[in-house]
Design a protein. Structure first.
Length: 286
């Protein structure tokens, strides 16, 4: 297997979480590909996260990454499935895709062109595990670095049409990205999306990057070499600044709970609490 760097290996962590979720009798989704994608490394990464999150003999203060991820996956499964019911939508961009198997798992209309964007080495590892299974959509892989200047050109070269409506999902990305590059990536999305397109992401709040009660989890990611770098208390304003009129939902709120979020959701005015948002909205015409 080609060597993955720390941030690329988080794709294996996510796959391991999805594999564990898929084994639960009360699972929020089934991902039959996840265990193979996770390999041996993914469960090792997950074990590190679990050991800091669920310390024996002490109450949990960290967010439950497995529950968060289960809710996130289900939430965005439903989001994408609903979005492509609009017959005008023919393009879906998952950036980054990591080991996400939605191309195979979700019931896509046949007209959909699905762009899987990630670093080239991640896509190559994914291909090695997958082989060449049948796919109901026109699946196109785009190997790029989203922090580089050329990723939009590479997407265009893969057949993406920026004048046609599209649906975008930036899942499990923005907290690893330095703030100036977050804005550059969202500018790129803006340049690539026609008005009426849909854009979604998950993003943590500012306190999640600095609260002492987050330390254990932050230290794990920093120790791997992929620290969490970006958070915002105003995800709607972040998206608005990049041409997307968005709403933000937190796990544990009625629209994103599924009976699984174990923690209270304090009112938005409270800033010194950890939060994560599912932010999604409509590309406006400006
Ligand atoms: C936590 S995984 C999430 C993957 C996928 N969205 C999912 O939910 O399964 C993070 C992914 O971000 C990718 N990534 C991080 N920084 C990137 C960059 N600058 N360009 C492209 N991909 C990047 C990594 O390679 C990895 O696959």
């Amino acid at each position: 297997m080609p060597r993955l760097d720390a941030i690329e290996r988080t794709a294996l962590l996510t796959a391991a979480i999805r594999a564990a979720e898929s084994r639960r009798p009360d699972r929020l989704y089934d991902d039959p590909y996840a265990a193979a994608f996770a390999g041996d490394v993914g469960p090792e990464l997950l074990a590190e996260v679990r050991s800091v999150t669920f310390p024996s003999g002490r109450a949990r203060t960290l967010p439950s990454t497995p529950d968060y991820n289960a809710i996130r996956t289900r939430f965005f499964d439903e989001y994408l499935t609903a979005a492509v019911r609009d017959p005008a939508v023919e393009q879906v961009v998952i950036a980054p895709v990591g080991m996400d198997a939605r191309a195979f798992r979700l019931p896509w209309p046949r007209r959909i062109r699905l762009f899987e964007v990630d670093r080239p080495v991640v896509l190559s590892v994914k291909d090695d595990v997958l082989g060449d299974p049948p796919c109901a959509v026109d699946r196109r892989q785009v190997g790029v670095d989203l922090r580089a200047d050329d990723w939009t050109d590479r997407l265009l070269a893969a057949g993406y049409d920026p004048a046609a409506p599209s649906v975008w999902l930036l899942e499990g990305l923005l907290y690893y990205i330095p703030e100036p590059d977050v804005h550059r990536i969202l500018d790129g999305v803006r340049a690539m999306t026609a008005p009426g397109s849909l854009v979604a992401a998950d993003v943590v709040n500012g306190a999640a990057l600095r609260l002492p009660t987050m330390r254990g989890l932050l230290d794990v990611f920093a120790g791997w070499g992929c620290p969490w770098l970006f958070g915002t208390d105003e995800p709607e304003a972040l998206f608005a600044a990049h041409g997307v009129a968005a709403t933000a939902v937190q796990p544990g709120e009625p629209a994103a709970d599924y009976g699984r979020w174990p923690d209270p959701v304090p009112p938005r005015e409270e800033t010194e609490v950890r939060r994560v948002f599912f932010v999604h909205g409509l590309r406006t015409g400006d």
